[in-house]
Design a protein around this ligand. Structure first.
Ligand code: PLP
Length: 405
C-alpha cells in the first residue's frame, strides 16, 4: 500500500470521456491562427473577414463530408444542447399546424427531454416517451406503436450518454420516412466514435458536439436535411444562411472540423483498442467481485463505455472515493452528477431508485493504457469492498491502492 501523500504525486487517471475529452494538441494547433492572426468577422467583406469566411466554409465542407451530408445542410451551433433545442423547437414551430405530437424515448439527454417537456407544458404539444427494454435499447415496434396521425417529430438518440447503448436509428429512420414524420437524432455521443451517416440512417436532423471527440467546448452542429420544414430559433444577423444568427465561433468551428477528421481517420483502430480495454475492465471488475454488474446491453454499446452497478453502495460515494485516489469517473451524465436524483436512464430500464443510484460510469478514451485500466480496476474493487463492508461512504478511511505505472 502507498500513502495518501504519495497518491498526490501519481498521475491521475481520467476515465470520464463521455463527459468531455481533452483538446487534441493537433486541434489546438489548427485553431491557434484563428484566435490571433485571422481574427476577422466572417461577415466582413475585407480580406480579414474573407479569410475567416474561407475557414468556416472549409470546415463546413469537412463536417458535412464526415456525416455524408451536403455542406449547405450543416448549421454551426454553440454545442449539443443548442443543436438539440434548435432541432426540436424548429420542427415544432414549423409544423404545428400539421400536428402537435412528438415521440421520443425515456432515456434521452436532458437537452431533448426538457425541450419537449417545455412544448408539452407551455404550447399544447403532447409527448410520448417510449420506454427502452431492460438492456437499454428502444424497439422500432414501440416507436411505431407510438406514432399518431398528428405526430410531427420522432427524436431518438444514436447512443446513450450514461449506459452507452446504441439505438436502431437506421430502422427508426426508415419507419419515420415511410410515415412522413421528421426524425431527429441526438448523435452527440456517437459522432467521432462510431460511423454515422445521415443518408444511410435516413436521418432528417442530427446534433453533434465537438468536445466529445477531442475538439473544443461550446461548439457543435445541427444537420438539417435540405427541403424539410424547419424554422430557426435564433434570430438576428442572419448568419448560417439565416438558420442560426450570431457571429461564428471561427476558431471553434475550425477545431471541430479538425477534431472530427482526426477522429474519423483513426476510428477503426481506436475503437478496436478501446473495446479491448473496456472488455478487460468489465471482466476484471466483475470477476473480482461477482456482485458488480454491467448496466446496458453488453454488445450494442459505445466502445469506451462501461456503466457498472455496485449493489449496496451509492455511485456518488464511489466517485468521490475514487477521486481521492486520482481516478476520475462519473455516476452518469455530467449534468446530473452532483445531484442525488437517481438516473432517469436506469429507472427507465426498470431499476429501483437504490439500484439507479448505485451506478458508476467509466468511459475509456484514446490516451488510456492497459496499465491505467488495471490500476483503475484495482482501486474500483478495493473502494467498493470497503464502502460495502462499512455500509457508509467514508472516503477518508480508504487506503490508496498502489498503481502499477
Ligand atoms: N446530448 C448528449 C447525448 C450528451 O451526452 C450531451 C452532453 O453530455 C449533450 C447532448 C449536450 O451537449 P453539450 O455539452 O455540447 O451542450
Amino acid at each position: 500500500m502507498v500513502t495518501l501523500q504519495e497518491v498526490q504525486f501519481m498521475p491521475p487517471i481520467y476515465l470520464d470521456h463521455a463527459a468531455t475529452t481533452p483538446l487534441d494538441r493537433r486541434v489546438r494547433e489548427a485553431m491557434e491562427p484563428y484566435l490571433t492572426d485571422v481574427f476577422g468577422n466572417p461577415s466582413s467583406i475585407h480580406r480579414q473577414g474573407q479569410q475567416a469566411r474561407m475557414a468556416v466554409d472549409g470546415s463546413r465542407e469537412t463536417v458535412a463530408w464526415m456525416l455524408g451530408a451536403a455542406a449547405t445542410e450543416i448549421v454551426f451551433t454553440g454545442g449539443g444542447t443548442e443543436a438539440d433545442n434548435a432541432a426540436i423547437y424548429g420542427v415544432a414551430w414549423a409544423n404545428r399546424d400539421r400536428g402537435r405530437h412528438i415521440v421520443t424515448s425515456a432515456i434521452e439527454h436532458e437537452a431533448v427531454l426538457e425541450a419537449s417537456a417545455y412544448l408539452e407544458s407551455q404550447h399544447d404539444f403532447e409527448v410520448s416517451r417510449v420506454m427502452p427494454g431492460s438492456e437499454g435499447i428502444v424497439s422500432v415496434a414501440d416507436i411505431e406503436a407510438a406514432l399518431r396521425p398528428d405526430t410531427v417529430l420522432v427524436s431518438v438518440m444514436y447512443a446513450n450518454n450514461e449506459i452507452g447503448t446504441i439505438q436502431p436509428v437506421g430502422d427508426i429512420g426508415l419507419l419515420c420516412r415511410s410515415r412522413g414524420v421528421l426524425f431527429h437524432v441526438d448523435a452527440v455521443q456517437a459522432v467521432g466514435t462510431i460511423p454515422v451517416d445521415v443518408g444511410r440512417d435516413t436521418i432528417d436532423l442530427l446534433s453533434l458536439s465537438a468536445h466529445k471527440f477531442y475538439g473544443p467546448k461550446g461548439v457543435g452542429a445541427l444537420y438539417v436535411r435540405s427541403g424539410i420544414h424547419w424554422w430557426p430559433s435564433q434570430l438576428g444577423g442572419g448568419q448560417e444562411r439565416r438558420r442560426r444568427s450570431g457571429t461564428e465561433n471561427v476558431a471553434g468551428i475550425v477545431g471541430m472540423a479538425k477534431a472530427l477528421s482526426l477522429a474519423c481517420e483513426s476510428m477503426d483502430e481506436t475503437s478496436t483498442r478501446i473495446v479491448e480495454l473496456r472488455n478487460h475492465l468489465i471482466e476484471a471488475a466483475c470477476s473480482a467481485v461477482p456482485e458488480i454488474g454491467l448496466n446496458g446491453d453488453p454488445d450494442r454499446r459505445l466502445p469506451g463505455n462501461a456503466n457498472l452497478r455496485f449493489p449496496g453502495v451509492q455511485g456518488e460515494s464511489m466517485v468521490t472515493a475514487l477521486d481521492t485516489l486520482g481516478i476520475m469517473v462519473s455516476t452518469g451524465s455530467a449534468c446530473a452528477s452532483g445531484s442525488v436524483e437517481p438516473s432517469h436512464v436506469l429507472r427507465a430500464l426498470g431499476d429501483s431508485n437504490a439500484e439507479a443510484r448505485s451506478a458508476v460510469r467509466v468511459t475509456i478514451g484514446r490516451q488510456n493504457t492497459r496499465e491505467e485500466v488495471d490500476s483503475a480496476v484495482r482501486s474500483i474493487v478495493e473502494v467498493y469492498r470497503r464502502l460495502r463492508d462499512s455500509g457508509v461512504a467514508r472516503p477518508g478511511m480508504l487506503q490508496p491502492v498502489a498503481a502499477s505505472r
